[in-house]
Design a protein around this ligand. Structure first.
Ligand code: SF4
Length: 356
């Protein structure tokens, strides 16, 4: 568990709530980590005790957890049944988090016996709970000597579909790399559930956008609704098997310190761009943003006669968006440090960023 700091002196109950990690963790690697870059996996392991996260950065994650909890209880009405569910969840968490710890093994197996019995008791006395949806199904799979684990948000027993809920920003919806990761995640869950004997015919990501604004609807790529159901194409089981084995092997090597640098896709990199603007106007001319300086110069030559003000070219240097704002180990990453060194020396050499 990373250290949680409280930079802005938020109330203690909130700090306690975000510090409690209710995720069931088991095995050698989680599905979400498997999808992520091997370098991130290595740096997280190496700097486990040094990684700090502030409470203020975890509030949205807390809200996401709350939404999952509310969904899970959506078909339960009585307080007594809610209380039972709560106890079962606590025992499940205890079991999965401690079953491999030498000093807690016995207690964990007792917890397992009790929560399994409670589940039987619930379904016997409250048969209506055995409803259409199965929530938070914990799945594990052994691959090349490692155990991969994950939790499927919802399995619809009638339609035989998986649903994965993402409480996220509209920015993530418009970032292709983030969406690709969602697709890989649900495909891996589909593979694992099938291995467990479930029939999986389809999968959906349900995006709940926390910063959605009605005023922005209609802008390119902007989600038209605050809650979007995105159908995910499921790959063939044999293709997924190969892909999962490849990812496990990559992470096993990273575990030993042997990993490739993060790729452009893993860094959410945006390539260099050149935009043409009218002098002292802030907005690029429509259709003028290109990937090469030569193309921007051609645009100026062909279009200058249409404008009174001189046209100028603005260089927009490439960005590594994940490293800048979304990577929890960027502080420890040499690849990112090197990149920052290079861009700051480029900035000194060409401090205006403007090219006539
Ligand atoms: S900071 Fe960037 S390059 Fe470094 S581990 Fe994170 S994503 Fe990869």
């Amino acid at each position: 568990m990373t250290q949680v700091t409280n930079r802005y002196k938020y109330p203690q109950p909130l700090v306690d709530a975000v510090s409690h990690d209710g995720h069931i963790t088991s095995g050698d690697i989680s599905v979400t980590t498997l999808i992520d870059a091997p370098q991130i996996f290595y740096l997280r392991k190496k700097h486990k005790v040094d990684i700090q996260t502030d409470v203020s950065d975890l509030i949205w994650a807390l809200i996401g957890t709350a939404i999952h909890g509310i969904l899970e209880r959506a078909n339960i009405t009585s307080h007594r049944r809610n209380a039972l569910m709560e106890v079962i969840q606590l025992l499940k968490e205890f079991y999965y988090n401690n079953r491999e710890k030498e000093d807690l093994k016995d207690e964990a197996s007792q917890a397992e016996r009790v929560f399994k019995w409670l589940l039987k008791f619930m379904f016997k006395h409250y048969p209506e709970l055995e409803s259409r949806y199965e929530f938070e199904t914990h799945v594990t799979l052994e691959v090349n000597g490692w155990v991969v684990s994950g939790t499927v948000d919802l399995y619809d027993k009638i339609d035989k579909r998986i649903q994965d809920y993402k409480v996220t920003s509209t920015y993530m919806y418009t970032t292709p790399e983030a969406r690709k990761k969602w697709k890989l995640q649900v495909n891996t869950y589909a593979y694992m559930l099938r291995k467990k004997g479930y029939e999986v015919l389809g999968a959906d990501i349900i995006g709940i956008f926390r910063d959605w604004s009605r005023k922005k609807v209609g802008k390119p790529n902007y989600p038209p609704l605050q809650v979007m159901t995105m159908e995910i194409m499921l790959h063939k089981q044999e293709d997924l098997e190969k892909w999962i084995l490849h990812r496990v092997k990559l992470h096993q090597k990273a575990h030993e310190g042997d990993f490739p640098p993060c790729s452009g896709e893993e860094r959410w990199a945006v390539a260099d761009q050149y935009a043409v603007l009218q002098y002292k106007e802030g907005k690029a001319i429509s259709g003028s943003i290109v990937s090469e300086r030569g193309l921007a110069e051609k645009f100026v030559k062909e279009n200058q006669h249409k404008y009174k003000k001189p046209l100028i070219i603005e260089h927009r240097p490439s960005e590594w968006r994940k490293c800048e704002s979304y990577c929890s180990v960027s502080k420890f990453c040499d690849q990112w440090a090197e990149r920052k060194k290079q861009t700051s020396s480029q900035f000194v050499n060409n401090s205006s960023g403007w090219e006539g």
